[in-house]
Design a protein around this ligand. Structure first.
Ligand code: FDA
Length: 380
């Protein structure tokens, strides 16, 4: 073994693939789950054959040419374009907020400039800039905030947005056109043969050995001395929580086969109101309208619930509170004292990363650290 990779998510697989294919290294990948691919993993539902994204819908999109060229080596992509709708007050609206959402919500036909003027006027309300609520109101005005952001955010965080810090939300995009596309990246699509096939293709190299159901911490002592490690598990776990626990939100999923060919007419519907306990419903068949083998009388839906993670839960989204950032800086300091361990991916860096970002950051780690390190060793 020349390199050990902990975690077979897109970060770990990109590192393993590059090191095996470019440098001829023998790479062992340890994965504590019983499948590869981390949270991007998908598989066919046994009853319907519909591809189900086990950890919530994963939509691939990027404006990074290098990442797009790289991923196309392992899979072809469909031309799927993501659109999201949200239910509020018994009506359904297009998300993110666009001219269509604004016209429907206010029940008026508004030209783009009229809509802009209306939102500007509503956003002029004086609000506390330190809270999530204040920041959101100053960006989109109170009526849209109350309808689409307030309760949805409260469900995501189990906290009233008046008690959440402003930095949790970056921007709230408002489009003054009828463009209802969720992403505006140059490239967007879904792997034609599914995520499972894409991820397996990345690992399909004679120099890569993937060991599933294998937790690094149970086998740590077996790692031969001098073998560098790329670690993509939780950063605090690596140091045995010596500096405290980093906060995460987790998700609970309820999956159900329904006796209808179409449950909601689209792949993702958000539920913005407080009387509905879940945040969204995914209906996976709509991610692949091109597939004609899906049954006409059955569909798979998945309800998503959000809450704070306990240590035994899957960590999904970093909370990133002020205290988390303090703890993180102490772990970063500890990480610097481990020259043979490279921390990467969303868990290893405590950062939310989209798939293209995880791949892009793995390619940078390969270029900037692994390539120079192993190139010297291979030359000598
Ligand atoms: P990832 O979490 O995928 O992989 C880490 C792996 O390490 C896991 O398989 C884990 O089991 C393993 N591991 C941890 N500790 C270990 C140990 N001790 N020993 C062995 N193995 C260990 N992105 C996007 O572009 N579009 C989208 O639509 C979405 N949607 C989305 C929905 C939800 C609900 C989430 C949580 C995330 C997304 N993402 C996304 C983000 C996407 O999932 C993310 O970019 C990738 O998972 C990042 O890959 P990583 O390899 O960094 O982590």
């Amino acid at each position: 073994m020349d390199l050990l990779v902990v975690g077979s998510g897109l970060f770990g697989l990109t590192i393993a693939e590059r090191c095996a294919a470019e440098l001829g290294l023998r790479v062992t990948v340890l994965e504590r789950r019983s499948h590869i691919g981390g949270n991007a993993y998908s598989e066919a539902d046994p009853e319907t054959g519909i591809e189900v994204h086990r950890y919530g819908s994963h939509l691939f999109h990027t404006s990074n040419d290098r990442v797009w060229t790289y991923v196309n080596r392992f899979t072809e992509f469909s031309d799927y374009q993501h659109r999201v709708y949200t239910v509020h007050g018994g009506k359904i609206y297009s998300m993110p907020i666009n001219l269509g959402t604004i016209c429907s919500f206010f029940g008026r036909v508004l030209a783009p400039d009229e809509a802009r003027a209306l939102i500007r006027e509503q956003a002029a309300e004086t609000a506390d800039p330190h809270t999530l609520e204040g920041k959101a109101v100053s960006m989109i005005g109170r009526p849209l905030y109350e309808a689409f952001i307030r309760h949805y955010t409260a469900k995501q965080w189990q906290t009233d947005p008046r008690d959440l810090p402003a930095e949790i939300i970056g921007r709230l995009p408002v489009r003054y056109t009828f463009d209802g596309r969720y992403f505006s990246d140059t490239y967007e699509g879904l792997p034609k043969d599914g995520y499972g096939a894409w991820l397996r293709n990345m690992a399909d190299h004679p120099n890569i050995e993937v060991r599933l159901d294998t937790d690094f911490f149970e086998h740590r002592k077996e790692v031969p001395p001098g073998v560098p490690i790329v670690y993509t598990g939780p950063l605090d776990r690596y140091f045995d929580y010596a500096e405290g626990e980093l906060g995460w939100r987790t998700l609970d999923f309820q999956t159900e086969v329904r006796a209808t060919g179409d449950f909601q007419g689209t792949s993702v519907v958000n539920y913005a109101d407080p009387d509905v306990p879940f945040t969204r419903i995914h209906e996976f068949r709509h991610l692949h309208p091109e597939r004609d083998h899906y049954p006409a009388d059955k569909t798979v839906i998945m309800r998503e619930f959000s809450r704070f993670a306990e240590r035994s839960d899957e960590p999904y989204y970093p909370i990133n509170s002020r205290n988390d950032r303090k703890i993180l800086s102490r772990y970063r300091e500890l990480a610097r004292s481990e020259p043979d361990v490279f921390f990467g991916g969303r868990l290893g860096t405590y950062k939310y990363l989209d798939m293209h970002m995880a791949i892009g950051s793995a390619l940078s780690l390969f270029d900037n650290h692994l390539l120079p390190r192993f190139a010297t060793r291979l030359r000598s």
